[in-house]
Design a protein. Structure first.
Length: 116
């Protein structure tokens, strides 16, 4: 299993970057996927998750209405569209795969810094 995030960087408040997570090594279309983030000095927290076919999504209250998770099963990629970014969204963003009876797989993370 390999998960590779991209799309982070320095973003101005109010910006709208899109993160991508390219997956390989497993049958991507069979698994739900998640985005997490970890800010300095804080625990890692769930941002959003999406069902295997993409028909069901779930968001943390802090990002609801601003972030959108989606996936393209033909490209083995899950996305996180982030809008109206705030300084408190600054964190390392990770995608995660959970396999029942096996465990969790994490990408290396991509840093998003919201600052003017």
């Amino acid at each position: 299993v390999q998960l590779v995030e991209s799309g982070g960087g320095l973003v101005q408040p109010g910006g709208s970057p899109r993160l991508s997570c390219a997956a390989s090594g497993f049958t991507f279309s069979s698994y739900a996927m998640s985005w997490y983030r970890q800010a300095p000095g804080k625990e890692r927290e769930l941002v959003a998750d999406i069902s295997s076919a993409g028909g069901s999504t779930n968001y943390a209250d802090s990002v609801k209405g601003r972030f959108t998770i989606s996936r393209d099963n033909a490209k083995n990629t899950v996305y996180l569209q982030m809008n109206s970014l705030k300084p408190e969204d600054t964190a390392v963003y990770y995608c995660k795969l959970h396999r029942v009876r096996v465990g969790d797989y994490w990408g290396q993370g991509t840093q998003v810094t919201v600052s003017s």
